[in-house]
Design a protein around this ligand. Structure first.
Ligand SMILES: NC(=O)c1ccc[n+]([C@@H]2O[C@H](COP(=O)([O-])OP(=O)(O)OC[C@H]3O[C@@H](n4cnc5c(N)ncnc54)[C@H](O)[C@@H]3O)[C@@H](O)[C@H]2O)c1
Length: 252
């Protein structure tokens, strides 16, 4: 198993990619702290992991609440004595171009897509340093390496968090704390509901996926979970500061 004895803390893990990554890391031997702002879904994911015979626990963490995020990471590192993997995943997508996106929308995007990753990374630093290293995975998007249409708040903040990831990677490489950005393309989760509406419904979205993605399909959460395990584990031990794009060729 690739993650035997490791402790992994995941935000936004009650659904979609975060849940799939949490499950896959647990199956590789990690003890996974499944956090979400939604207590019920976090518990359901943690319970399923335990029912499958692996180790997990649920916590309620709203990443827009610095106090909750900092306290949760400190509590886990203190109680379990280590923190090997932080997957800072929760994010928000607000559609629209400049005249449609409000200043409040832009602030909300910044708060989740950049600021919360900054706070989580800050909290993970000390425990990782004390144990001689760790892997921080920050969910950006392939919108962090290309420009979408009518997605100013999302594309801007996803680019910004990639810049922050690279900066942190450069600053902490000597301490063996690796920072990489996970950059998925279209993965069929509830996250795309807003874009579906923007596109004019499910049928239109399906047509768009078929036409615009070189591989002609959605990615699955399992395909992203494989990437998460790779970034979390020593399989990526010489990799830091990278945008790990898994998008069926969309950003080529
Ligand atoms: N699904 C995609 O196509 C796709 C593509 C690229 C990037 N992403 C990124 O993946 C992340 C989420 O995607 P998903 O597909 O897993 O979505 P999802 O909707 O399946 O799950 C998101 C989870 O995050 C939780 N969440 C939302 N706000 C939160 C907050 N403030 N604090 C804690 N938890 C919160 C939700 O309760 C939910 O359980 C985002 O960062 C998004 O930018 C998704």
């Amino acid at each position: 198993m690739l993650l035997e004895g490791k402790v992994a803390f995941v935000t936004g893990a009650g659904s979609g990619i975060g849940a799939a990554g949490a499950s896959r890391m647990a199956a590789e031997g990690a003890r996974v702290i499944v956090t979400d702002k939604n207590r019920e879904t976090a518990e359901a994911v943690a319970n399923q992991i335990e029912a499958d015979g692996y180790q997990a626990e649920a916590m309620t963490v709203d990443v827009t609440r610095d106090d909750q995020l900092l306290a949760a990471i400190a509590e886990i590192a203190g109680r379990l004595g280590r923190l090997d993997i932080l997957h800072s995943h929760a994010g928000i997508q607000i559609e629209g171009k400049l005249e449609q996106v409000t200043v409040d929308d832009m602030d909300a995007s910044w708060q989740l897509n950049v600021r919360a990753h900054f706070v989580a990374s800050k909290a993970a630093l000390e425990p990782m340093r004390a144990q001689g290293g760790g892997s921080v995975i920050i969910t950006s998007s392939n919108s962090g390496v290309q420009y979408d249409r009518e997605m100013i708040a999302y594309a801007t903040t996803k680019h910004a968090v990639l810049a922050m990831t690279r900066q942190m990677a450069a600053d902490y490489a000597r301490e063996n704390i690796r920072f990489n950005a996970l950059c998925p393309g279209f993965i069929d989760t509830p996250f795309n509901r807003g874009f579906e509406i923007q596109m004019g419904g499910r049928e239109k979205l399906e047509e768009y996926i078929q036409e615009s993605i070189p591989m002609g399909r959605w990615g699955t959460v399992e395909e992203i979970a494989d990437g998460i395990v790779f970034l979390a584990s020593d399989r990526s031990s010489f990799m830091t500061g990278q945008a790990f794009v898994i998008d069926g060729g969309e950003c080529i």
